[in-house]
Write a protein that binds this ligand. Structure first.
Ligand code: CAA
Length: 256
């Protein structure tokens, strides 16, 4: 399948989803969001073992498309919000680990797509923030919930209330990204991390991701109960038997 403003490229088992609308700094409109949803479905169906999300040119995603949004009624905005949330949810529940390779501006909905990924790497020139307050709105695709979980409540409130735009180093200091790399190294570093993730046992990886995600759905007690069941469910799997046999036999494991 091909889309006008989204590309899905493969390198072995690793899929890269690129938002490709550089004239608008990859701002997300309806067609782009729909294409992202389809591309994520395709990548999951084709068994991607890791997925990188990035932007074409020198922006990651400059947010939701303000030119499209500006005249929406509340009713239309509800549908628009649902569409953005659906894509963020598809990233969050993607059956393999996802990495946001933040290569430039990541504002508003762009920051929110990065927040829905499992891991974030920023290039030195990246600038990240939930800037919606200065448009007279609030984050609409998840940041009020996902941002404080990542950076803590105080920092999230400062960022959202003030519409702060953090440079890459400040974003790393705030734990908003895990790593900052030189601009021309971002693709390679993201690819290398994706390869490492793709080489891990897939069933255990998916189960670990589900257990981590589940922890945010309810109480600590329910998260711990979930972990107990998920942990036990891996026993008897090929990869569990093989991983432990390899340890005992002092050799490299051969995962399925
Ligand atoms: N929506 C629509 N178009 C956008 C856009 C956006 N979010 N961001 C940039 N563009 C467009 C510009 O309008 C411009 O188009 P034209 O050439 O046709 O005029 C083009 O991209 C290049 O942008 P600039 O000329 O502004 O480039 P710059 O380098 O001077 O500034 C910028 C870059 C700082 C990112 C600035 O464009 C900017 O502040 N953009 C808006 C960022 C923002 O507020 N994003 C949040 C949107 S709200 C949201 O996302 C809600 C939600 O939670 C769902």
């Amino acid at each position: 399948m091909s889309w006008d403003t989204v590309r899905l490229d493969w390198d072995g088992d690793v899929a890269t989803l690129t938002v490709d609308r550089p004239d608008a700094l990859n701002a997300l409109n309806v067609a782009t969001l729909e294409a992202m949803g389809e591309a994520l479905e395709e990548a999951a169906d084709d068994d991607a073992r890791a997925l990188v999300l990035t932007g074409a040119g020198n922006a990651f995603i400059a947010g939701a498309d303000i030119k499209y949004m500006r005249e929406l009624s509340a009713e239309e905005a509800q549908e628009w919000g649902e569409l953005g949330h659906a894509v963020a949810d598809a990233l969050e529940t993607f059956p393999a680990p996802t990495i946001a390779a933040v290569n430039g501006y990541a504002f508003g909905g762009g920051c929110e797509m990065a927040l829905a990924c499992d891991l974030r790497i920023a290039s030195e020139s990246a600038v990240i923030g939930n800037t919606e307050i200065d448009l007279g709105i609030i984050p609409g695709w998840g940041a009020t919930q996902r941002l404080p979980r990542l950076v803590g409540d105080e920092t999230a409130r400062r960022m959202i209330f003030l519409g702060e735009r953090l440079d890459a180093d400040s974003a790393a200091e705030a734990d908003l990204v895990g790593e900052v790399v030189a601009d021309d190294e971002l693709d390679d570093v993201a690819a290398e991390l994706a390869d490492r993730l793709a080489g891990k046992p897939a069933f255990a990886m998916r189960t670990a991701k589900q257990a981590l995600n589940q922890g945010y759905e309810g109480s600590l007690a329910s998260g711990l109960e979930y972990e107990k069941r998920a942990f036990a469910s891996l026993f008897g799997s090929h990869d569990q038997r093989e991983g432990m046999a390899a340890f005992v036999e002092d050799r490299e494991p051969e995962f399925e």
